[in-house]
Design a protein around this ligand. Structure first.
Ligand code: PHE
Length: 467
């Protein structure tokens, strides 16, 4: 039998609410903003190919592992790992993996909030008709003006952090349920409309080839990035999915649920790519433009189609909602943990953590303007510098946090969770939680969790080191 424990934080009404919550967590800026710009930076098809391989062979098995660990433990990730490790006769130090994930999630939230804040600015700009008839150059200049202004960025960053804290403090994922049921399908519809527009640009096939052409020579260029992004987009490796799993009803089947979430997430990313790249090419823009890509291409599209002003406004509202349903899942593991540990109210715990993330997020705000020259992790001719002002190469604050989380902490966290589910938990426990009818299917899934996913993560790490 699956575990009978119940979480003190509450439980989902059904497995559908888990799907909604997990999809809400997975589908976010990662799909609409990050995936297209990373694909652009790493040259297209080869990156997409590695991304898909990483999703299905590594990401999904780890998502499965996280969900089953969470549902068996029914506590915050840190305490879940501690309890289950002790039950299985292993070291309680396993909880450190969850602690690391929890910190990684908070670090992600710090920059996520800044970027989600951009969409707030764009809701306003679109609504006011600022982008009517805009050219690619004009949209680029508008984005440049936004990021150059620390005050405007701070305002939106603050607002978004408040929105995130607000939902978590109320502790009602169910409060979100109703809006999610409307917003997630709407997001899909709007993406399809955008896709329709990109087909009229005359550059659709160029975009298609850019995304899907196989380029064997480039396969290794972005593999670590692809792996990191697979983790990021599925929200795995940090405990977000684990904590949601803790609130899952005990008789719900995990396997089909996770597959649904994974497929939806992948479809949104691919559709976003197919919608954006033709517009990029039509506007003579650079696919490798980096983080601003979506914020420059979308206004061009919406500024030049019928009803673009309304649709554009609605679209950025949806980007905001997609980001919002993801950001709450970054805060939840830490909030659940501190509530369990300190027995203080969610409101207090949430306020403290959100403030902390806000402060770290200010580093990202400034890295787009005043502190753009503050570089971390600099590998220069005269050796390695942790920090150097104005160094060639090196990463600014935003890039550093993004790199540290996506490329290092998430894969390591995911590796730990897979090994925990595969090697520390008893086989029977995993079998009970997964409750797959076919023994063969269980064998395959268990092997993916135990062997394929961990080796996949390790190979990519080694490949990166040898480069
Ligand atoms: N999956 C989210 C996205 O694609 C980001 C995320 C990462 C959410 C880690 C929770 C935890 O935008």
């Amino acid at each position: 039998m699956a575990s009978d424990k119940v979480s003190i934080h509450g439980a989902w009404a059904s497995r559908w609410v888990f799907i909604l919550a997990a999809t809400g967590s997975a589908v976010g800026l990662g799909n609409i903003w990050k995936f297209p710009y990373m694909t652009g930076m790493y040259g297209g098809g080869a990156f997409v190919m590695m991304y898909l391989v990483c999703i299905f062979l590594v990401g999904l098995p780890i998502m499965l592992a996280e969900t089953l660990i969470g549902r068996r433990g029914r506590q915050s990730p840190v305490n879940t790992l501690k309890t289950l490790a002790i039950e299985s006769g292993a070291s309680p130090k396993w909880s450190w993996a969850a602690l690391m994930g929890m910190i990684a999630a908070l670090l992600i939230l710090s920059f996520y909030s800044v970027v989600a804040g951009w969409s707030l600015d764009y809701i306003l700009g679109m609504g006011r008709g600022q982008f009517s008839g805009v050219t690619a150059d004009g949209a680029g200049a508008a984005f440049g003006a936004l990021t150059a202004d620390p005050w405007r960025l701070t305002l939106w960053h603050t607002l978004f952090m408040l929105l995130t804290g607000f939902v978590i403090a109320r502790g009602v994922v169910a409060g979100l349920e109703r809006s999610l049921r409307i917003m997630m399908p709407l997001l899909f519809v709007l993406l399809l409309i955008l896709l329709g527009y990109s087909m009229t640009t005359g550059y659709f096939m160029q975009g298609f080839h850019f995304l899907f052409d196989f380029q064997p020579d480039k396969l290794l260029d972005g593999v670590l990035a692809a792996m990191g992004h697979a983790f990021f987009t599925l929200s795995v490796g940090v405990g977000s999915i684990m904590v949601y799993g803790a609130y899952m009803p005990k008789n719900a089947s995990i396997g089909g649920t996770i597959l649904t979430v994974g497929i939806l997430d992948t479809l949104v990313a691919l559709t976003a790519g197919l919608a954006l790249f033709p517009i990029v090419f039509a506007g003579g823009m650079e696919p490798g433009a980096g983080p601003g890509l979506m914020f420059v291409t979308l206004p061009v599209a919406f500024g030049n189609i019928a009803f673009g002003q309304i649709m554009g406004t609605v679209f950025f509202i949806l980007v905001l909602i997609a980001a919002w349903t993801s950001s709450i899942s970054m805060l939840e593991p830490a909030v659940a943990y501190l509530v369990e540990r300190t027995r203080r109210s969610r409101v207090v715990v949430t306020s403290v953590l959100a403030l902390l993330c806000w402060i770290v997020g200010m580093g990202t705000v400034l890295s787009f303007n005043i502190a753009a020259e503050a570089k971390f992790f600099v590998f220069a001719d005269d050796g390695f510098h942790l920090f150097q002002w104005g160094a060639e190469g090196g990463r600014n604050f935003f890039d550093s946090i993004d790199y540290l989380t996506s490329r290092i902490l998430l894969p390591l966290g995911g590796l730990a969770f897979a090994v925990f589910a595969g090697w520390v938990l008893k086989r029977e426990a995993v079998r009970d939680e997964l409750a797959l009818k076919s023994p063969l299917l269980f064998g395959v899934v268990y092997w993916l969790i135990r062997v394929v996913a961990p080796i996949g993560v390790l190979i990519v790490f080694v490949a990166e080191l040898m480069k």
